[in-house]
Structures are given as structure tokens and as C-alpha cells.
Design a protein around this ligand. Structure first.
Ligand code: PLP
Length: 377
């Protein structure tokens, strides 16, 4: 079965008895053991059929055996840190704002956190050269958020493995249609399924995807212990959204290309950051490891950002990304508030930076809205 067929079929086998083409929702919190031979289902914090259907399709998308889903992307990240963060975590310096908050929880665990520019191959070579990374967890995001820097997944994975480190890639931005990190040597893919996978801005979820039995046991044991499982209805919503992921992604990427061209030509825009632009420093690497350049674009606006966001009618001024509805926002004021101001300034997450997540609306309407809002400055 090819990728797009798996999106629709895996974990959606017709139910025994009735033939429902969408499996029924399993809502029970506990199971009658005598009804099973041998006992397979015990208690829903540990096992639930609706959840496992979603896990099966997510694992199949990267051609691996294991996926564990969580109540949110952050919950998935917390389990990954609990299991994999030993002495040192090396984090890409431009990451999701919430990842900074997640790393801050390591303060009282005697784990050092080092933010480095993994988009710079020379920095990567240096970081893994001296043996200090032995046993470290490397936390990668690419393209990065919100500056859309590109990390060479094959290069980082190779260097990290030579140094005895484990590589986790937060693949939320690109999503599994455009980029499959495990193919480039990463050990674990993390998703906030809240974003493009569910896609409809109406549910929270997270996932860890990989091919290691030892990690599967550790991740699920931790999740069961702390209870960060998603409810069955949330799993159903994520799974339903996933079925149209390829179609949505295709439209979103095509529309983003047009918006990028519009932004690049607008006098009110000082800089456009998008890996699809040939002038983007990570363009060649992105072209190698992605099948499309994504639906997120950032730009620097010469005018008053708050006024611009207010003038946009179709782009809601809201955080999140990858959904059916277009969103625009100012990361410095929202998602990246947890990042200390000097770090924000050094990275370039400044008050004039606007991040746009492109939805599935008619591209002409989005272009009209953007043109009108930019022209009025
Ligand atoms: C949203 C997001 C998260 C966190 O996911 P939640 O589902 O909101 O907990 C992690 N990483 C990235 C890149 C995100 O965009």
C-alpha cells in the first residue's frame, strides 16, 4: 500500500460483525477479562483499541513498527525527555516556544541543556567532535520555528550517532507528507498531531514514532504511569483528520508558494523567510529531504505589525499552524514569549517578524486579503 492509501486504510479495517467502514469508538475505561481469551485489554490508561488504530497508521507512515500517541505534543515531548534525557540535551536553537518551556523542566533533573545552531553544518561538526555528546539526546526541528532555518537531517544523524547520541526530530512543521526524518537516520519522530495531522484546529494530540522495541516499552510504560493518554474521541478526530492530510498539504504548499511570491514583491516587506526560495540558505538541503517546502512562511514587516494583523480578515491572529484555516501572528509576542528576550534578539525573533500558516481556503481570496492588508500600510 502506498502512502496516500495508508492514510485512509490502515487502522480502519471494517469492524467484525457489522462491517462498519469506520471502526466504532471504544469508550470503555475498563474491560471484562473473562470475555477475552487470552486477556489482551485491561484498563484504558494502558490500552484502548481506538488509540491503537491511530498508532498503527502513524507508524505505517514512516514504515516503522511503533507509534505512541499522547494527550498533546508537549506530553509526547515530556515522555521523550523522561526516557531519553540523561546528562545532556542538545537542542536546535530556533525551536517551538513550548520546547523551551519543556527543556526548562529539566533544571531540577541535573540534565544540561545546550542550544546550538544545528542549521550550521560547521557547528554540528564541532558539537559532536569532542566526545561530550556521548549518551546525549539531540532535539532537532526542521524547518525551524519561526525562522524556517533548515537542518540537514542526514548530516546531524550521522555525526550524532558517531558520537553516541540519540536523535529526535520534531517533525510537526513539515508533517509526514513532506518529510520523514527516520529515513534520514533519526531515531524518533515527534509530532504535535494538533497541527497538520489532525488539521482542523479542534483537538490536541501528540505522537512519538520510531522502530525501537526498547523505546516503545519505555515510552508506553511512562505514558501509562503518568496517564498522559489521549481520550478515544480525540484519537478519532486526529485519525479522521489524517485521512485528508495529503490533499490538504498539496493545496497548502501550492498556495504558500503564491503568497511567498506576493510577499517577496511587496515594498512593505523587508525580508521573506521560506525554504522554497532559492535564496534561502537551506534551500538545497530542504530540496533533498523534503518533497515540498511547507505551508509556513515568516516575513519582516516595515510597518506596524499589530495594525497589519488587524487588517487581515481571513488570517486569524492566532497561534498554531498546519490547519485548514489560515493564521497569522507575531511569534515574539505569542509562541516565543517563553524564550528569554536576549535570546530572541540574537536569533532574530523580533517584533517585526510575522509568521503565517496557510490554510486550504481559495488561494485568490488569501492573496486578495494579503494584498489589501499590505497595500494599506
Ligand atoms: C504545537 C507544537 C508543539 C506542541 O504541541 P501541543 O500539541 O500544542 O502540545 C510542539 N512542537 C511544535 C513544532 C509545535 O508546533
Amino acid at each position: 500500500m502506498r502512502f496516500d492509501t495508508r492514510l485512509v486504510h490502515v487502522g480502519q479495517e471494517p469492524a467484525a460483525g457489522t462491517g462498519d467502514v469506520v471502526p466504532p469508538l471504544h469508550l470503555a475505561s475498563t474491560y471484562e477479562r473473562d470475555a477475552q481469551d487470552p486477556p489482551r485489554w485491561f484498563y484504558a490508561r494502558g490500552e484502548n483499541p481506538t488509540r491503537e488504530s491511530l498508532e498503527r497508521v502513524l507508524a505505517s507512515l514512516e514504515d516503522v513498527r511503533f507509534a505512541s500517541v499522547f494527550s498533546s505534543g508537549q506530553a509526547a515531548g515530556a515522555t521523550a525527555l523522561a526516557v531519553l534525557a540523561r546528562r545532556l540535551v542538545i537542542v536546535a536553537d530556533d525551536v517551538y516556544g513550548g520546547t523551551h518551556s519543556l527543556m526548562a523542566t529539566l533544571r531540577d533533573r541535573d540534565v544540561a541543556v545546550r542550544y546550538v545552531d544545528l542549521a550550521d553544518p560547521e557547528v554540528v561538526d564541532r558539537v559532536f567532535a569532542d566526545g561530550a555528546a556521548e549518551g546525549a539526546l539531540v532535539w532537532v526541528e526542521t524547518p525551524t520555528n519561526p525562522l524556517l532555518k533548515v537542518v540537514d537531517l542526514a548530516h546531524v544523524s550521522r555525526r550524532a550517532h558517531e558520537a553516541g547520541a540519540v536523535v529526535l526530530v520534531d517533525n510537526t512543521l513539515a508533517g509526514p507528507v513532506l518529510q520523514r526524518p527516520l529515513r534520514f537516520g533519526a531515531d524518533v519522530t515527534l509530532y504535535s498531531t494538533t497541527k497538520s495531522i489532525a488539521g482542523h484546529l479542534d483537538v490536541l494530540g501528540g505522537a512519538l514514532v520510531h522502530d525501537r522495541e526498547d523505546l516503545h516499552e519505555a515510552f508506553t510504560a511512562h505514558r501509562t504511569a503518568v496517564g498522559s493518554v489521549p481520550g478515544p474521541f480525540d484519537c478519532f478526530l486526529v485519525h479522521r483528520g489524517l485521512k485528508t492530510l495529503s490533499l490538504r498539504t498539496e493545496r497548502q504548499v501550492a498556495t504558500t508558494g503564491r503568497l511567498v511570491a506576493e510577499l517577496s514583491a511587496a515594498p512593505a516587506v523587508a525580508e521573506v523567510r521560506y525554504p522554497g526560495l532559492p535564496t534561502h540558505p537551506g534551500h538545497a538541503v530542504a530540496a533533498r529531504q523534503m518533497t515540498g517546502f511547507g505551508s509556513l512562511v515568516s516575513f519582516r514587516y516595515r510597518g506596524e505589525v499589530t495594525a497589519l494583523l488587524r487588517r487581515l480578515r481571513l488570517f486569524a491572529n492566532a497561534v498554531s499552524l498546519g490547519g485548514v484555516r489560515s493564521l497569522a501572528g507575531c511569534p515574539a509576542a505569542t509562541t516565543h514569549r517563553p524564550v528569554p528576550p536576549p535570546v530572541r534578539a540574537r536569533l532574530g525573533i523580533t517584533d517585526d517578524l510575522v509568521r503565517v500558516s496557510v490554510g486550504i481556503e481559495d488561494p485568490e481570496d488569501l492573496l486578495d486579503d494579503l494584498r489589501r492588508a499590505l497595500g494599506a500600510s
